[in-house]
Design a protein around this ligand. Structure first.
Ligand code: ADP
Ligand code: MG
Length: 253
């Protein structure tokens, strides 16, 4: 049996204090992500995608229910434990890369390990290995200003993965990219998933981005209401996603 990397049980998230303007952003959410999956969370703006990602990535707390990551119940953890847990178990891919301009690519990638006080002799082989995986071994001594957009993305992905996290998480990671760079990032994520077994959860409202996933969980008004799994080509999956979205629009109107 493949282990669940993410196990979400009956999760509610209500923003705001009792008696004030409360808003239920997640309602009885149940979901599971297994090792090696590439899962997309898709839904219209305001449906609760970011909220779901934030509670799974331990950045925000839940109101009710339980979340387990790699078998650990994060719901019961304290803030300082959560910070360590996040640093060790999770990898984040950001919209704007977040590379530090004053550091080389090598130093950027090494940062999560340096922050965990990993001895530098142990850092180097890890950086070299992930740099090789992402085909950026030749640019490690360069600064972000000296490399291309695609290389920046792959450097950011390397930094997200250098500590060997249980899951790579992204909230609309292609949101700020032009279509060429978006496609290149999605192809990189596909290769990380297919060739290197990296488990990925990506939030997106974009059908093209979602079509790179193997499974998509659809969310509307804070509730998961449907799941679709890719069986054929990405192009066919893209059409299927568009049909789902069209149906959603019709139901709403
Ligand atoms: N901090 C907050 N306080 C109150 N309401 C919030 C907060 N964050 C998000 N919301 C509301 O929760 C709903 C879901 O938001 P979000 O998860 O960001 O949606 P999505 O990422 O799908 O666009 C929205 O209606 C939003 O206005
Ligand atoms: Mg969002």
């Amino acid at each position: 049996m493949t282990q669940s990397v993410v196990h979400v049980t009956n999760v509610d998230k209500v923003y705001g204090k009792k008696g004030q303007n409360q808003f239920r952003a997640l309602s009885n959410v149940n979901m599971d992500i297994k090792e090696g999956e590439f899962v997309g969370i898709m839904g219209p703006s305001g449906s609760g995608k970011t909220t779901l990602l934030n509670v799974i990535s331990t950045l925000d707390s839940i109101t009710d229910g339980q979340i387990q990551i790699d078998g650990t119940n994060i719901t019961a953890m304290k803030a300082n434990q959560l910070a360590d847990f996040r640093a060790q178990k999770l990898g984040f891919i950001f919209q704007d890369f977040n590379l530090l301009e004053s550091m080389t690519v090598y130093e950027n990638i090494a940062l999560p390990l340096s922050l965990q006080n990993v001895p530098s002799k142990n850092i180097e082989p890890k950086v070299q290995e992930i740099a090789k995986t992402l085909d950026i071994a030749e640019i490690l001594e360069k600064y972000p200003a000296q490399i291309s957009g695609g290389q920046k993305q792959r450097s950011a992905a390397a930094r997200a993965l250098v500590h060997n996290p249980s899951i790579l998480l992204g909230d609309e990671p292609t949101g700020a990219l032009d279509s060429k760079n978006a496609t290149s990032l999605l192809e990189t994520m596909t290769s990380l998933n297919e060739d290197h077994g990296i488990t990925i959860m990506m939030v997106t409202h974009d059908a093209h981005a979602a079509s790179y996933c193997k499974r998509i969980v659809l969310i509307q008004d804070g509730e998961l209401y449907k799941e679709i799994t890719r069986t054929g080509s990405r192009e066919d999956f893209f059409k299927e996603i568009l049909n789902e979205l069209a149906e959603l629009g019709t139901n709403r109107a």
